[in-house]
Design a protein around this ligand. Structure first.
Ligand code: NAD
Length: 371
């Protein structure tokens, strides 16, 4: 941990982004916000692919988190990131030697942004090195692996957080505020649609050994997770049905489209669709006895659009990963409790549900859940 005052890289970034001319014309009566002086979470990013690049760009605007290291198997990517994010050579690792991160005092946490099946072994190694773990969704490819990750982090006394960026998004949180305040009345129904049309059939997402599954692991998980935080309960049963329009492209073990349903203890139900074959499918709808709330798009990179029976949501868009990483810094450094959990247990619940969804597809039966 270090303070922002000590942290030269971030200080430089602040100086560059400070609106110099606006400052010059500030009326004297308006106070200028003090730059953040508190602790900064120093993060090494593992896997420098497409989403890692998005996270890194968003982290330029973070106050409480900063990139101080990288782990990659591609030396040219490391060079590129060193230049872009001012990362010293001693904080650069590859997949063979990253256990040495244990001795690196510049790194508090490792953010794993690699293909799904690698999350489990990589998390175990990061935990053994004594660093906090932030891991992308899905946390693993099944609940057994997820449980092992939770246990390993507990044993190593490090935190495990899952990259559930929507848990910090303003319009999403507004729906939960309305629900908790009783503005929707008794909540009875959630509908979640999560999908996009997947392109290149040769990418790792279409290879079960690396992805652990198809659309469900990648995008359907947003509706699985969303059903839980929107209804505000844990499901007690699941049913599911699969359909494939292209069994050649979507091989055995790679689900194309799955419809699934949940039942909740209160009697509320959810109906969801996960697919790799339809675009413009990103919608959450929550219905209660007194009103409704909906988000569309609900989980894309934003801006998220939303409304309720009371009107349109007008919260400003903030890049999700900027808020996520500042909030995760607070969770790791100051034990802050988020409105919706993002810890390993939260990720594990989704893995248990996804295991049950696959089981329901295979058996054609209703599967009872105990989360
Ligand atoms: P990507 O293919 O763009 O990047 C994956 C990275 O992992 C690449 O840099 C690749 O070189 C590296 N890698 C290391 N070992 C590898 C191996 N054996 N095979 C293939 N690649 C290997 O993928 P991505 O879109 O960045 O997804 C990475 C993770 O991030 C996934 O778990 C995905 O679900 C998650 N993700 C999350 C969000 C979100 O909004 N939270 C969005 C996109 C992706």
């Amino acid at each position: 941990m270090t303070t922002r005052r000590d942290f030269l890289q971030k200080l430089t970034a602040t100086a560059i982004s400070f609106p110099f001319t606006a400052h010059a014309i500030q009326p004297k009566s308006i106070a200028v916000a003090e730059p953040y002086q508190g602790p900064v979470l120093r993060v090494a990013i593992m896997g420098l692919g497409s989403y890692a690049n998005r996270v890194a760009e968003a982290m330029r605007d973070c106050k409480k988190a900063a990139i101080t290291g990288v782990i990659s198997g591609t030396p040219s990517k490391i060079k590129d990131w060193q230049g872009k994010y001012n990362i010293p050579e001693k904080n650069c690792y590859n997949y063979d030697n990253f256990d040495r991160i244990k001795d690196n005092k510049d790194i508090d946490a490792v953010y794993i942004i690699t293909p799904n099946a690698l999350h489990h072994p990589q998390c175990l190694r990061v935990a053994a090195a004594g660093k906090h773990v932030i891991c992308e969704k899905p946390m693993a490819v099944n609940a057994r692996e997820g449980q092992e990750m939770v246990d390993a982090c507990k044993k190593a006394r490090v935190k495990l957080l899952i990259g559930y960026r929507m848990h910090f998004e303003a319009k999403t949180l507004e729906v939960l505020r309305m629900r908790n305040a009783g503005e929707l009345g008794k909540v009875l129904f959630f509908e979640g649609h999560s999908g996009f049309q997947i392109g290149n059939p040769n990418q790792w997402r279409m290879n079960k050994a690396l992805s652990g599954g198809g659309a469900m692991m990648d995008i359907g998980i947003y509706s699985v997770n969303g059903a839980r935080y929107m209804i505000g309960e844990e499901p007690i049963w699941v049913t599911a049905q699969e359909t494939k329009t292209d069994p050649v492209k979507f091989k055995e073990g790679i689900d194309e489209t799955i419809l699934f349903q949940f039942g909740f203890p209160s009697g509320a139900v959810a109906s969801c669709l996960s697919t790799y074959s339809m675009n413009y499918l990103d919608r959450f709808f929550l219905n209660g006895e007194k009103g409704y709330a909906m988000l569309q798009p609900a989980t894309g990179y934003g801006p998220i659009e939303g409304r309720s029976h009371k009107g349109e949501f007008k919260h400003p868009h903030i890049t999700h990963q900027t808020t996520q990483m500042d909030e995760m810094a607070e969770i790791i450094l100051n034990n802050k409790k988020p409105v919706v959990p993002v810890d390993g247990e939260e990720g594990l619940k989704d893995m248990k549900i996804i295991d049950a969804i696959y089981e329901a597809v295979r058996s054609g039966k209703r599967i009872d859940l105990r989360l």
